[in-house]
Design a protein around this ligand. Structure first.
Ligand code: KG4
Ligand code: ZN
Length: 354
């Protein structure tokens, strides 16, 4: 049977993206246009600016993806589009563009859950078999999912407030480091010593839920104490504070991962999201997996962070499993993958959490 070819469209947060992917796992093109420069003056993603930028950029991304892939609309089998969860204006831009393409070409449409896109990526990049445990850690997401099929996700826990990437970003802001905060905080931490006693939130409670907002407040208090003591924040103190913060995040993620692996019995851990780029966090997760004899995988970073190849791939997987539901084409700001899990109250700067 000839492989299927899907166009994927993603616009749920601050990346406009389009990709062309085949069911044999070939990524023919993956175009991502970020909006970091547009949001930088505001210190966070501004939903209205994001929606407008998606509306302006998405069709260009689609044209580029088709050109790079060397295919025309007539060569496609379907269009897959993120229909939630995320910032509603951006999601609507993508869904409307996909509907337009479908109306003009007669191609079928597949509405994809953005989190399913992240969660199914290791099948595209590493050919993982079901089941596996996915830890999604980014600026907007933080959850453990036991992935047992293209539409079968069990949520084992997640953040009750901020996502870890959001905490890195806020800590960077507190310490006058640039945005997004993860890379500069990691760079500072590399020259520091984790000597400040910061909390390890929720480690004293059973289960896999996490919390990062108290940690950020503890960083603020420590910073203020240092400033009061020395009349300003000294270079080495800033590096030590970054190292202490990063060590706390890594310790919490490692221990909760150990619990999620024990609870699920999964033999493979896959990590995705921008925070997976952090060397100390990766090393901590690798350590947990080594101790338990569990395989550890992380898709390449460009497929770990927001992109449209994962949306095309999740569309292909749902299509092949007969799970395509027209009801999924309604743009939804909130859309938990595991409808049986208790809803979370957190809602981060990058939009609604699922
Ligand atoms: O997955 P992503 O590109 O976008 C979404 O949030 O969906 O993740 C971006 C987040 C930002 O909060 C950024 O600060 C964080 O990932 N991040 C990092 C690192 N690189 C990016 N956090 C910690 N260490 C890093 N090296
Ligand atoms: Zn994402």
């Amino acid at each position: 049977m000839a492989p299927l070819t899907f166009l994927g469209i993603e616009s749920s947060c601050d990346d406009s993206a389009a990709a062309v992917v085949r069911s044999d796992g070939t990524i023919l093109a993956s175009v991502v246009e970020g909006q970091a420069a547009l949001h930088a003056p505001f210190g966070g993603v501004v939903p209205e600016i994001a929606a407008r930028a998606h509306a302006e950029k998405l069709d260009g991304c689609v044209s580029r993806a088709l050109a790079e892939a060397g295919v025309s609309l007539g060569d496609l089998d379907a269009v897959a589009v993120t229909s939630g969860p995320g910032l509603i204006g951006g999601v609507l831009s993508g869904v409307m563009l996909a509907r337009g393409i479908a109306a003009a070409t007669g191609l079928p449409l597949v509405g994809v859950n953005h989190l399913a896109g992240h969660a199914l990526t290791p099948r595209l990049t590493d050919g993982l078999d079901f089941p596996y445990l996915m830890l999604l850690v980014s600026g907007g997401h933080c959850q453990f999912l036991l992935v047992s099929g293209p539409g079968s996700f069990r949520r084992l826990g997640g953040t009750i407030d901020d996502a870890p990437g959001e905490a890195f970003d806020k800590v960077a802001k507190l310490l006058a480091l640039p945005q997004p905060g993860g890379p500069p905080v990691e760079a500072e931490a590399a020259t520091g010593v984790a000597r400040f006693p910061l909390p390890r939130p929720l480690l004293d409670r059973p289960g896999c839920d996490m919390s990062f907002s108290g940690l950020k407040t503890a960083v603020l208090r420590t910073r203020d104490a240092l400033v009061a003591e020395h009349g300003g924040l000294r270079r080495q103190d800033r590096a030590d504070l970054c190292a202490s913060f990063q060590a706390a995040v890594a310790a919490v993620l490692a221990e909760k991962t150990r619990r999620a692996l024990a609870e699920s019995g999964a033999l493979v851990l896959a990590v995705a999201g921008g925070v997976a780029a952090n060397g100390a966090i990766r090393a901590a997760l690798q350590g947990v997996c080594d101790a338990l004899g569990v395989r550890f995988t992380a898709p390449p970073l460009r497929l770990c962070t927001d992109n449209a190849a994962m949306i095309a791939w999740a569309g292909i997987e749902s299509w092949q499993a007969g799970l395509v539901d027209p009801a999924n084409l309604v743009a939804r700001p909130r859309w938990p993958l595991d409808a049986s899990a208790a809803p979370m109250i957190g809602s981060g700067k990058k939009g609604a959490k699922a």
